[in-house]
Design a protein. Sequence first.
Lengths: 185, 185
Amino acid sequence: MLRIVAITGMPGAGKSTAAQALVKRGWTRVVMGDVIRAETKRRGLEPDAKNTGEVMKLLRKEKGESAVADLCLESITKLKAVKVVVDGIRSMAEVEAFRKEAAVLLVAVDASPERRFELLKERGRKDDPLTHEMFVERDRRELGVGIGKAIALADETVSNQHATAGRLAAEITHVVEQWDKHVAG
Amino acid sequence: MLRIVAITGMPGAGKSTAAQALVKRGWTRVVMGDVIRAETKRRGLEPDAKNTGEVMKLLRKEKGESAVADLCLESITKLKAVKVVVDGIRSMAEVEAFRKEAAVLLVAVDASPERRFELLKERGRKDDPLTHEMFVERDRRELGVGIGKAIALADETVSNQHATAGRLAAEITHVVEQWDKHVAG
């Protein structure tokens, strides 16, 4: 049976660090943001924060609120993976799309706005905010899509407020492997 | 200087258990739900889930989104307390009202929907949901007020998914006392 660990969390909270820890334990990682960035490029646009945000909105408008999740499910089918970690859940509509096809554990990775801004400055990915205003605006956009509800309704919450990358990795691995043992029977 | 630990979290997540732990460490507890329940009674209504929900909506409509926080601030002034734990934050508008008057640490207490439903069944307070439908409806109402955003933007997150009451108490006490040491200088 297909098992999906669906990872949500605000920008910079540490979702990818958590997902990478699971990759080391044999899980296949699918990044929702990559799907959006690929689609942004496909439409001839630079995949910066503004454009990816607009393409995300367009995709939802054209194909419904679970549009990005549906594209991910297509990738998962092609990969023939049975243990998948999906990095970057933004709404309960996406979680519900996954729940139709798999056993799903929804995990929220949390950190304070201050810490997330620091972590994003360290990361410096192309679509990461450069100023505090851009950071607040990106938070607002994510919250507008309903990420707060996904975080509030998570099955598990892992705090990255005071954790080292190693400790965050250990914690999510523990939580996921306990669940997987239970689900795989 | 007034310090407020503002506790948010979905119904049944363990907010009161966390707040009570701080009371044992000398913090004064103010319960936002009590303010709403008192107001519900004052209007001649039974303080059950439906009526308290409606009075909460009315209060916000009449006095703005931070109405309940403003009533709490009045109580806090009367109490002359300097270390206050406010139990039951439902929106960022409330947090911002507190931030105008105090140093605020916003703490989210999290647990999965399944665990929260179990914990609420054990508690059985008058306004607690009796059926799963009522539980889902109450979640929806809280999310409608914007509690998901407050949870997503918390300064600290404490998971009550696998914790005993004692462990939850120890964790929130640690987090709050570290912050308080820092703020009180």
